[in-house]
Design a protein. Structure first.
Length: 455
């Protein structure tokens, strides 16, 4: 059940609407971009570039996991002026990914409960009129995708920690009408377990992200069996071996699970995948490694290019060599793709969704300037002295291309430097243009809408 606390334990300032939208303030750059939760508020923009990253070990690595506070009574997240958040549901065990069915139903992965929940909302509101358990007896389900893409899917695909399964589906189903079919099995599931999935726009390719089995491949070994030279000749650029073989990668399959191939390597933990509607490009939101200091390396979101290598475990954010693997892979120097949008280290980006909803002029949805931008849920830090993350941010795009800037959109989940009440995980755009957000601190599901101050 959801936990409520007295308002007295929660800073009043975090419950008040932001008095002035901060988008007209200067973009925080360089060292100024490396703040913490105290400076977070809707409209604050940051731009982090590879050259802004400090050297490793400038600060000591710390273990600073957040204490979980009760959700304050009547608490709502902070949003830009004209936006509001309504609570759809609470008391969910572990709400993670949320995806919207073509008919508007919300499918939520309740990972600890090993099930997929469904919420059907009433017209123009946040109150569910019907709910259901679409499927149970799963294994840490996370990613959800409808197939074929479009208005009439026949299957719901679910990514467990160790497999991808699919269930027969017809529009409006609140529970699966048949047993799961295993499409992909044998996925290594230790350590990073969050498996996301997405389909290409033409429905011919199923993408699967598989995170690393460690922080920085500590147990992988210096060279693969048979020697590094032979491995490099037979494997994709930057491929790992031993306990990390097939991990920190994005894989592709045919929809039936056949024809496995590697799309890209070196993505330590791509916990969120989506396809950009304007371009058809695959995007990942990636958790980078720990224990190099408070502000290094940056987390990121990026287009996933075919055949690209993003650095893990030997390099990060371009040609920055991880000191724990110093001198091991000089052959990879200069071959690391630089991600498109860098975010503060240890923010823990989980899910990403592009905003293509109706605009406010049409009577619902967000203002037109939001179209084509992306939202990313930041689960929050544990490996940083001063807490960061615990918010939903907006990635800024121009003509379909990222500017590199990102903006605080949904904040107010942090109680103090020691406690939080919310940890955002899932983001999705509803049929009516609302933004749907899950958080697993208090197990809640939210609907964010824009009324331009009319309410």
């Amino acid at each position: 059940m959801i936990r409520f606390a007295s308002m007295a334990v929660f800073p009043v300032s975090l419950l008040l609407a932001t008095s002035a939208f901060a988008a007209d303030q200067p973009v925080l750059k360089g060292a100024a971009a490396f703040g913490d939760w105290r400076a977070d508020r809707p409209g604050v923009r940051r731009l982090i570039k590879p050259q802004d990253l400090p050297r490793p070990y400038v600060t000591k690595s710390t273990s600073n996991s957040a204490g979980l506070a009760d959700m304050p009574a009547d608490a709502k997240p902070q949003l830009p002026p004209g936006f509001s958040a309504e609570l759809i549901a609470s008391g969910i065990d572990n709400p993670r990914v949320v995806r919207v069915a073509p008919n508007g139903d919300l499918f939520v992965a309740d990972s600890e409960a090993n099930q997929i929940r469904v919420y059907r909302l009433g017209q123009g509101g946040a109150k569910p009129v019907e709910t259901g358990i679409f499927a149970g007896n799963l294994n840490q389900p996370y990613g959800i995708a409808f197939y074929p893409p479009g208005d009439a899917p026949q299957w719901v695909y679910v990514a467990n920690s160790d497999s991808v399964v699919r269930f027969p589906y017809k529009s409006g189903d609140l529970s699966a009408s048949g047993e799961p079919q295993t499409i992909v099995d044998g996925i290594p599931s230790s350590h990073h377990w969050t498996r996301d999935i997405a389909f290409s726009p033409d429905g011919k390719t199923l993408y699967l992200s598989v995170g690393s089995g460690s922080n920085v491949a500590e147990a992988m070994g210096k060279a693969p069996e048979g020697g590094l030279e032979a491995w490099v000749k037979s494997q994709p650029l930057g491929a790992t071996w031993g306990s990390e073989e097939g991990r920190a990668d994005v894989h592709a399959f045919d929809p039936d699970g056949q024809n496995q191939r590697v799309v890209a390597t070196g993505l330590r933990n791509c916990s969120g995948m989506t396809v950009q509607p304007a371009t058809g490009a695959l995007w990942c939101a990636v958790n980078e490694r720990d224990s190099l200091g408070d502000n290094v390396p940056a987390e990121y979101a990026t287009v996933v290019k075919q055949g690209a290598f993003y650095g893990w475990p030997w390099y990060y954010i371009g040609n920055h060599e991880d000191p724990r693997h110093k001198g091991e892979r000089p052959d990879l120097a200069g071959k690391v793709d630089i991600p498109d949008v860098l975010m503060q280290a240890h923010s823990a980006p989980l899910n990403i969704a592009f905003y293509e909803g109706q605009n406010a002029a049409a009577g619902s949805g967000f203002p037109a300037e939001y179209r084509g931008d992306a939202f990313v849920a930041l689960h929050g830090s544990w490996n940083r002295g001063n807490r960061t993350g615990y918010k939903v941010v907006r990635l800024l795009f121009k003509d379909g291309k990222p500017t590199g800037e990102y903006e605080d959109f949904m904040t107010g989940f942090v109680v103090s430097n020691g406690e939080v009440w919310g940890r955002p995980v899932g983001v999705a755009v509803a049929k009516d243009g609302a933004l749907i957000v899950t958080e697993d601190g208090n197990g809640t599901l939210w609907r964010v809408t824009y009324d331009g101050g009319r309410s």
